[in-house]
Design a protein around this ligand. Structure first.
Ligand SMILES: [Zn+2]
Length: 242
């Protein structure tokens, strides 16, 4: 149930079936020379939709804007600041809670550390504020880490590599253009740099040459299974009994 497609009545009826909602987060961010800037958002939203085919759950329209740090100088990357993202998450979830939703699964297609910790921080504050709310916060990479062994060949594949290229070849083949070489960024350890492009020129973290649309379909299906499991687990989670 994608919320933006529902009528007022259908939303109300949906609440009698489920109080759970998947909120997909993405980014507008470079994804190498070959993938669209919306890759993270397409991925998170399509995954949420696929999951809603497996179990009853509301799906919010995706949040396109995220916090992108290490790609901020690459052409096309747009980023919002941590306070804006935190407020956005809090305002959105408060409003959903007011409408009767209780189990919040915040899944992000963009897995940047600062971005994820901001969403986590917002959810943690809401946990104190909204007495009946439950929260799960995770990124796509958390799911990729749980995929069956062998499905993804490249160790450490994280950005515009084997996983995301496969997914876009399956989900949005018209938006995949040309190729990018295998690359891993070479940022100095612990030290922040201004010219991030210099240390990560191609904007790829992994190996796109290992991709295929079939692999993309398998990854998405497996991710949806895993996410459905997380939704169910959250719905039955009782802090007092664990
Ligand atoms: Zn991505």
């Amino acid at each position: 149930m994608v919320v933006t497609n529902l009528t007022m009545k259908a939303f109300e009826q949906g609440l009698s079936t489920t109080r759970s909602v998947i909120v997909p987060f993405g980014s507008i961010e470079e994804h190498g020379m070959h993938l669209p800037l919306g890759t993270d958002t397409f991925h998170a939203f399509e995954l949420a939709r696929k999951t809603s085919e497996l179990i009853p759950v509301f799906v919010m329209p995706p949040v396109w804007y995220g916090l992108c740090r290490s790609t901020s100088r690459h052409p096309g990357t747009l980023s919002i600041t941590s306070p804006s993202l935190r407020m956005l998450v809090m305002d959105m979830c408060r409003s959903m809670y007011g409408q009767g939703l209780r189990n919040f699964i915040l899944i992000s297609g963009h897995a940047g550390g600062t971005h994820m910790s901001t969403i986590l921080d917002a959810a943690d504050m809401l946990l104190e504020e909204l007495a009946e709310a439950r929260f799960a916060v995770l990124s796509i990479l958390d799911l990729v880490a749980q995929l069956p062994e062998g499905l993804v060949e490249t160790p450490g594949d994280a950005h515009a590599g084997e996983v995301e290229t496969s997914l876009m070849e399956f989900l949005k083949p018209d938006l995949v253009r040309g190729e990018s070489p295998r690359e891993f960024p070479k940022f100095p350890k612990f030290i922040l740099v201004r010219d991030k492009l210099k240390y990560w020129p191609g904007g790829v973290w992994g190996d796109p040459s290992k991709s295929s649309p079939l692999k993309g379909r398998r990854i998405l299906e497996k991710e949806a299974d895993l996410l459905a499991g997380i939704v169910r687990k959250l719905e039955h989670f009782n802090e007092e009994k664990t």
